[in-house]
Design a protein around this ligand. Structure first.
Ligand code: FCB
Length: 441
């Protein structure tokens, strides 16, 4: 494979999925703590209380990455460690943890890519309506400023939000993720407030003379199937976020659909769209699978359903089709121009052999998934798309949200009994890929 010389090879995680130490050093409750402690919400009643105990084992985890030659680490900052109640001054111990973590990266030659929000809203803010309430926008900007101030001398690449579609629609529309609300008017308001908080945080970063680059990560998919249904799902999943961030407005076809089927979009106030369209330095793309759709009269406001795939699936039941990633990336360039792209997550869950003293855990399906998708990125680069980096999801097996510890995405296995880390074949494959690329460049 050939990639640009300065292409970034990274690995990604998120705070709640790996840190544990849920009550330590002043961390407040998040909506995920509350959700996990609500019976029936998370598989096996699993919680992030201990997770991978990365809060204590981070030096070992950074050593692991250094040994693999991983050049960049995408991690997220837990808002409730910085502001336990979601407002007020920074909790020094929270900032200190991330300062030590980032210094550890820099000592090992690993570049930090920090995500401000990967879904762990302070519960106190949810009590006031969470993302469905406009109040949260000011809270997020205040939090972002505390983090820029506390870590800005060490971190120079920032992501405001991870996957606004998931925050808004899985959290407030379908209710399968925290806070578990199933109410489409709230979901649409939440999506808008997430986007507005993104734009305002970007503007604050620039106004305060922030060093480095800032962007947002969207979870995008490549949609095909019955044309009308495909256009609707593409609007809902992709354009509802891409258009306001990159073009300054919501897509008219979806505005019409939502106003007709969900209610008026009264939460959009004059000036909001200008703020949301604050120029970004890069767009983060998380990609897992394509979607094939057909119309359906039963499935909510979108009136469509997914067509089951007859191809290979991951343990999540997600379709494996790398060519759809190339199509998505080429389409982004065609429709949205030359915004630099970074693949901020891509990876797969499989039922790997259980760690049992092996030196390496064999995971041939994950190796094939990663190879296929990295080749798909290469084809997009060869077609002229400006992709700057790739971050594998995930460094470690971890707490996979409502699926608990049952779904393993790591290139490094974690034994959740004794917390030992064991590399999988995919980690060694990734190490070799990075090394070959470096030699060849
Ligand atoms: C993404 C999330 C990430 C992880 C992967 C599998 O949607 O950003 O935290 O759960 O899916």
């Amino acid at each position: 494979m050939s990639f640009p010389r300065d292409f970034t090879w990274g690995a990604a995680t998120a705070a709640y999925q790996i840190e544990g130490a849920a009550k330590l050093d002043g961390r407040g409750e998040s909506i995920w703590d509350r959700f996990c402690n609500t019976p029936g919400k998370v598989a096996n009643g699993d919680t992030g209380d201990r997770a991978c105990d990365h809060y204590h084992r981070w030096p070992e985890d950074l050593d692991l990455m250094a040994a693999l030659g991983v050049r960049a680490y995408r991690f997220s900052i837990a808002w409730p460690r910085i502001q336990p109640d979601g407002r007020g001054p920074a909790n020094r111990k929270g900032l200190d943890f991330y300062r030590a973590l980032v210094e550890g990266m820099l000592e090992r030659g690993i570049s930090p890519l920090a995500t401000l929000y990967h879904w762990d809203l302070p519960q106190r803010l949810q009590d006031d309506g969470g993302w469905a309430s406009r109040e949260v926008v000011d809270r997020f900007v205040e939090y972002a400023a505390l983090v820029f101030d506390g870590l800005g001398d060490l971190v120079d690449t920032w992501i405001t939000h991870n996957e606004p579609w998931v925050t808004a629609f899985l959290g407030y529309g379908y209710g399968v993720k925290a806070p578990g609300v199933a109410d489409w008017p709230q979901a649409l308001a939440a999506a808008h407030h997430v986007l507005l908080s993104h734009g305002r945080a970007v503007n604050a970063f620039r106004d305060e003379g922030g060093r480095g680059e800032i962007g947002i990560t969207l979870d995008l998919t490549h949609v095909t199937g019955e044309p009308e249904a495909a256009r609707r799902l593409d609007g809902h999943r992709n354009r509802w976020f891409l258009d306001p961030v990159l073009r300054g407005g919501y897509p008219a076809d979806l505005v019409e659909l939502y106003e007709e089927r969900v209610g008026p979009l009264e939460f959009v106030q004059p000036g909001d769209l200008e703020e949301i369209a604050a120029p970004i330095d890069f767009l983060g793309v998380n990609f897992y699978q394509p979607a094939v759709v057909r119309p359906s009269s039963v499935d909510g406001p979108l009136a469509l359903e997914q067509v089951p795939s007859d191809g290979p699936l991951t343990a999540m039941g997600w379709t494996v089709e790398p060519t759809s990633l190339t199509s998505l990336l080429v389409r982004l360039k065609r429709d949205y121009g030359d915004v630099p792209l970074v693949i901020t997550e891509n990876g797969a869950s499989y039922d790997d052999p259980v760690p049992d003293g092996q030196a390496v855990i064999e995971d041939p399906e994950r190796v094939a998934y990663l190879r296929g998708h990295i080749e798909a990125v290469e084809r997009a680069v060869a077609a002229g798309v400006d992709v700057r980096g790739y971050y594998v999801w995930s460094l470690l097996d971890n707490f996979e949200w409502e699926h608990g510890y049952d779904r393993r995405f790591g290139i490094v296995a974690v034994d959740f009994e004794n917390l030992e880390r064991t590399p999988k074949r995919s980690a060694l494959w990734y190490r070799d890929l990075i090394a070959q690329h470096s030699e060849g460049s």
